[in-house]
Design a protein around this ligand. Structure first.
Ligand code: HEM
Length: 528
């Protein structure tokens, strides 16, 4: 039916009159109208939303601003611990979002097949035009890509990557030796060097290229800072993903040269490496690069190219780039943060440090670990107390500081006996979940690695409620690599050197962008 805008006698029709009046009102009073609608929306969110019964900060019940501010401060992990202490197991953190503290509920939320899908938070992480395993929010597409990408990340494939890790450990050790020789009792920034180590390992593993952080002993080209700035943006804007269209996805953004990351060291290297191996063929994928010896090593990009050649429809050229490049973002700060937490806690507790040193020297004496050189994965498993410390570090200071958030399926769902309506965002924060007293004991807030060794059955039960690597279909794909790397470097450093915190009692500086990026782990170091 056509709308009549003008009456036959030339006078304005009622419809036209209404449109005119509305236009005049909107153009004159747009600001008060906008403010009024924001206010009405906030009042609706606060008093009429189905989530109104859940407690939480007033601002959070009205708007997403609370989440934005908490993320911008970089303290989401600590804010969430405080929130749950104050308000209980279910806290409203945004008009349509609640945070849970029950590890049982988190298990359901993250388990595969329950249809709690990723929220648009992830779509902010670049590259939006070609999402990788981490950023892909379409579950079916994610499953296809992950099937290909899982192959190079299996534990068997990881053994092939060991030589890359071994070389990087040698370089780290030589840098520590140099420090001892040149500056004697000077302070060594162990945290920074662990950070450089994690990045350099990934450069080698992903592209057979060293980023040169350890070699130069600095953040070359500010590459780490660039990644961290990008993660800070993703974390904050991810709370209001629509904003990304006004900001980074805005075509204007691309004309501002200093905002583009195309020329950032890591992206540049990934693009160069792709270029060197194109057009993709089996022989060019596994090209002999500087690092390639006769030890059968094959980098991640090569494995991904082979995956692409097997199934080019499902795993395109863009996916090879996105997954290899994404590995640097997902795997570097996370692994560095975990190692920093480990050393921070071990060195802060004299009894822990003594026990670990005793375990290592006994293992050397018994021949279960070598007296010199690098350890294998299996040898590191012969150090149960060290393994308990690693678990405890990942429990009290998990590397992901922001929430892992999923959407309740449209028909609604129960979590730990509580029903939530379809479309509700449900957030789980590892720092909160890992402090659950019913699961980890009354002393869950304390560092006490012995809890993992007291009772095998109890340890297995606690392990089921550890979320440092996420869970379900989105379980971290790089966990084998991260654990292999950590299990090789940590005992080697503890066996060959003696560390003493330069500022005992001082907290690490921690900024949660997505991962908890830490600094301030400074120590005196000498040879053992
Ligand atoms: C100790 C080190 C690491 C920790 C603590 C860690 C933690 C996590 C967590 C918690 C998730 C789930 C995120 C979510 O669901 O929102 C995740 C996913 C992921 N991680 Fe890791 N990660 C580590 C190392 C790595 C490494 C070394 C790589 C790659 C080289 C990697 C690649 C990924 C990818 C691709 C995903 C997405 C998986 C999916 O959604 O299917 N991570 N990681």
């Amino acid at each position: 039916m056509a709308i009549v805008l003008e009456a036959r006698d030339g006078k304005l029709s009622p419809t036209r009159a209404l449109i005119n009046t509305t236009t005049v009102l909107l153009s004159t009073y747009w600001l008060p109208i906008l403010l009024l609608s924001i206010l009405l929306r906030a009042l609706y969110n606060r008093y009429f939303s189905p989530l109104r019964k859940y407690p939480g900060p007033l601002l959070a019940s009205c708007s997403r601003l609370w989440k934005v501010l908490s993320t911008a401060r970089g303290q989401t992990h600590l804010d969430h611990i405080r929130l749950h202490r104050q308000y209980g197991p279910i806290v409203r953190i945004a008009p349509n979002e609640i945070s849970i503290s029950s590890p049982e509920a988190a298990r359901t939320l993250l388990s595969a097949g329950k249809r709690f899908f990723k929220t648009p938070f992830y779509s902010v992480f670049p590259p939006p035009e070609n999402p990788d395993i981490f950023t892909e929010t379409r579950e079916d597409v994610h499953a296809l890509k992950k099937r290909v990408a899982n192959v190079p990340y299996s534990m068997a494939a990881m053994q092939q990557l060991s030589p890359f890790i071994d070389d990087t450990i040698e370089l780290l050790a030589s840098k520590i030796d140099q420090h001892i020789t040149s500056s004697g009792n000077g302070i060594f920034d162990l945290g920074d060097y662990l950070h450089y180590f994690a990045f350099d390992v990934l450069g080698e593993v992903a592209f057979s290229r060293s980023f040169g952080f350890l070699e130069q002993g600095k953040d070359v080209d500010n590459a780490i800072r660039t990644i961290d700035n990008s993660q800070t943006y993703n974390g904050i804007v991810g709370q209001v993903p629509e904003l990304d269209f006004l900001l980074r996805r805005n075509p204007l953004w691309r004309v501002v040269p200093w905002l583009s990351t195309k020329n950032a060291l890591i992206t540049r290297m990934a693009l160069e490496e792709m270029g060197r191996r194109e057009p993709f063929r089996k022989e060019t994928a596994v090209l002999k690069t500087e690092g390639d010896g006769d030890d059968g090593r094959q980098d991640l990009m090569a494995s991904l190219i082979l995956g692409h050649l097997k199934d080019p429809e499902r795993f395109g050229v863009g996916d090879v780039f996105a997954v290899a490049h994404g590995a640097i973002f997902a795997g570097s700060d996370s692994t560095a943060s975990t190692m920093q937490s480990f050393f921070y806690h071990v060195l802060s507790s004299p009894s822990t440090y003594q026990s670990i040193l005793h375990e290592i020297s006994s293992a050397v004496a018994a021949g279960t670990i070598p007296a010199t050189g690098n350890l294998t994965w299996n040898q590191a498993q012969n150090l149960p107390y060290l393994q308990a410390c690693l678990k405890e570090a990942m429990r009290v200071r998990p590397a992901v500081g922001l929430n892992i958030t999923r959407l309740v399926p449209p028909e609604g769902a129960e979590l730990d006996g509580v029903f939530f309506p379809g479309g509700t965002s449900v957030a789980a924060n590892g720092w909160v979940l890992h402090r659950d007293k019913a699961t980890f004991g009354q002393d869950a807030d304390e560092w006490r690695p012995e809890r993992w060794l007291e009772n095998e059955e109890e340890a297995r039960r606690m392990e089921r409620y550890m979320f440092q690597f996420g869970g379900g279909s989105h379980l971290c794909i790089g966990r084998n690599l991260a654990l292999l790397e950590i299990n090789k470097v940590v005992p080697r450093l503890l066996r060959d050197y003696r560390f003493e915190l330069a500022h005992p009692g001082r907290e690490l500086k921690a900024n949660a962008s997505f991962f908890v990026v830490q600094s301030g782990l400074e120590a005196f170091v000498r040879r053992a």
